[in-house]
Ligand binder design. Structure first.
Ligand code: NI
Length: 279
């Protein structure tokens, strides 16, 4: 079984001490590819360094809406240049709107639109963060599509109702579920996870945040995407294997990731484990 964790932040301090062990666990869990998100362009070199250590990692570059205060006249050019500089870049983001406690909504929209332009120009998908802003987001995207053309993308760590989910499906987006879908009170999210068409469904951890049940409250890590997969499979009445195969194919499709041979990563992990045991 192969899984793809479509949203990770492994460059955060909380992974510094034990990233090799974290890697061993994701390989054991069947995670064959990961998409590393980016909250500001200053992270780029650090993310590149991590991807150089772990070849299954592809990554994005962008500015998170909660960092919108860092947006300047040159940020668009910076993101464009970085995204063009490395063939491992598979997306622009994460960008979006976060209106929970926001006092800079217009600036967030400016940064989002500019990043949509970069994505359009480079024919890359966008990774979209959307909190308390589904209506404004759908309106902004519809308007952008009408004026300039559609951009591919994913609503990441999705927390919307089935109605809101449909708005973004209609815009052509993929919908990605994280550990929040496993939380007891998450009935709206669970309903959405059951309703997304199988060819638009993705899974992620958004680690180190939002660890799924039964790891809730702990540091999240890519291996736990398996708990997300198990929960979403149950909600959709399909087997874990079916869910894994479908979401892996979708992630490869959206991000242009190479499809892996079934034994490619697990064999490597096995050899590494054998080598460690022999020491
Ligand atoms: Ni994120």
């Amino acid at each position: 079984m192969q899984l793809i964790d479509t949203h990770v932040h492994l460059n955060f301090d909380r992974f510094e001490a034990d990233l090799e062990a974290v890697r061993d666990r994701w390989r054991e869990a069947g995670v064959v590819r990961l998409v590393h998100s980016c909250v500001e362009p200053a992270e780029f070199a650090g993310i590149q360094a991590i991807a150089s250590r772990f070849p299954e990692i592809a990554f994005a570059v962008g500015l998170h809406p909660l960092d919108a205060h860092k947006w300047t006249d040159s940020t668009r050019e910076e993101i464009l240049a970085l995204a063009s500089s490395d063939s491992r870049v598979v997306a622009i983001g994460e960008t979006g709107l976060d209106f929970y406690k926001a006092d800079n909504k217009e600036l967030q929209k400016t940064a989002l639109e500019a990043q949509l332009f970069v994505a359009l120009q480079l024919k890359l998908p966008v990774i979209v963060h959307c909190r308390d802003a589904a209506l404004e987001m759908a309106g902004l995207l519809r308007d952008f599509w009408d004026r300039f053309g559609a951009v591919k993308g994913v609503m990441h760590c999705w927390g919307g109702t089935p109605d809101e989910t449909q708005w973004f499906l209609d815009l052509g987006f993929y919908i990605s579920f994280s550990g929040t879908v496993t939380f007891k009170n998450a009935t709206g999210i669970q309903e959405s996870a059951g309703a997304v068409p199988e060819d638009r469904l993705l899974i992620e951890t958004d680690c180190p945040f939002l660890a799924p049940a039964p790891k809730r409250g702990k540091r999240n890590e890519p291996a736990y995407v398996r708990y997300v997969a198990e929960k979403v499979a149950k909600l959709r009445n399909v087997s874990l294997e079916t869910l894994a195969a479908q979401t892996t194919q979708n992630a490869c499709q959206l991000f242009g990731l190479p499809v892996t041979q079934s034994s490619e990563i697990p064999d490597g992990a096995l050899k590494a484990a054998v080598a460690r045991a022999a020491l």
